[in-house]
Design a binder for this molecule. Sequence first.
Ligand code: HAM
Length: 496
Amino acid sequence: MPATPFSCSFLVLQPRFNHYINPIFRSLTYQLSSSPFQSNVRLHCALSQAAEAESPTGGRSGALSPGPTVTGEVQKIDVNPPKGTRDFPPEDMRLRNWLFNNFKEVSRLYGFEEIDFPVLESEALFTRKAGEEIKDQLYCFEDRGNRRVALRPELTPSLARLVIQKGKSISLPLKWFTVGQCWRYERMTRGRRREHYQWNMDIIGVPGVMAEAELISSIVTLFKRIGITESDVGFKVSSRKVLQEVLKCYSIPDNMFGKVCVIIDKIEKIPVDEIKKELNAVGLSQEAIEELLLVLSVKSLTELEERLGGSGEAIADLKQLFSLAEKFGYSKWLQFDASVVRGLAYYTGIVFEGFDREGKLRAICGGGRYDHLFSTFGADDIPACGFGFGDAVIVELLREKGLLPELSLQVDNIVCALDEELQGYAAMAANILREKGQSVDLVLESKPLKWVFKRAARTNAERLVLVGNSEWQRGVVGVKVLSTGEQYEVKLDDLK
Ligand code: HAM
């Protein structure tokens, strides 16, 4: 209803804009012909005709005028980010924030505290000697103080460093989570990049399988929240203690264990003969290798029990995990698969990975127990387990399933002065709204109303707040609810 007086003020002061707003204004004047602002409407019609005569083109293009000519040599930069890395323009940032908020909300639901560490760490933190792929993928260099440093390829060593640094000042168990960027100079495949973000949840100080069960439960909760079901995704579960028991039978020393696991993890990536050669090279006999490969092909717990004799820790842990999964209500998501070993040397017990049931993508997430990591850094061991969940594969999966959320920019208000000289007042109106928690897209330049409406549509603004001269004198602003078209005046004090 009160759009009329604003339009009049606008036209009086900005006649050159009339060309743009005239159609909008006419429709408003038609609707308002019986309003108390009728006299203003008549005033507008006269003014608009005058304005049209004065400025046949009217308005601003909004295009930038060409800058000064540049002399001298200018080197054009490559505008793409380095290979394997990503920019996050607003639409991608919205998706990233949506995903991270889900990570954080699930962590909160499970009572975990958030932590963070630097992206740059000392190289020694990551240079384990077990032949892991991750070591060859390290982004590392010498800094200006001649220190060997590396961009972290994962978050677990930093977490261990922090726990050791805190020492006795922390009370166990710890339930910590973090979302952070990791760097790996990796061969690029679908969902695998040179830079990715990982959501990690770790439990430090709990030796029993209840901890792993809780971690898997949290990932299931995340999947459900984002629309992924047990028919899309499953968890392959095993225990490294299975391998340990086999190696013990063949008197393979404990210090070979990490190396053997790292080799076996490559089983789906390189030919079996290569695997056999590598195992042989680290000292395993032909017989031990054949037994290992046989055990790794086992697909059920009952069969494993038959092969291993049924009394070891591996079977006991796995049985307990499957039993707990029933109680937690996610047993349909779990399957035993002895071939799951994971590629990091430090895992010692239960290991698991999330996979897409169509088999199109690489692991969605992965984790396990790492009870001896702390002693590799010279500290006392503390039982620990956790997982890493990347941001890239899950987005591929959501895209595959048509489950990517529609996320658009959304502001509560667009606030616009009807005249350049009123911009300070528009800022005051915006402040009032912002102080009350309302988001405001303040129009920062003098723009035609047509532009403002277009902008409001792009930002999905709920309301248009117009600051006009005569209204401001009366202590009010005009409001248009953009979804319904409802218009009214509101006192500045009542603006909310
Ligand atoms: P990871 O299996 O190496 O484990 O990585 C965990 C997850 O990070 C993967 O399942 C995948 O989602 C994501 N990821 C890894 N590398 C890439 C890459 N190049 N591009 C995109 N995504 C990637 C770890 O890092 C362990 N530190 C996890 C952990 C935490 N274990 C215990 N606590």
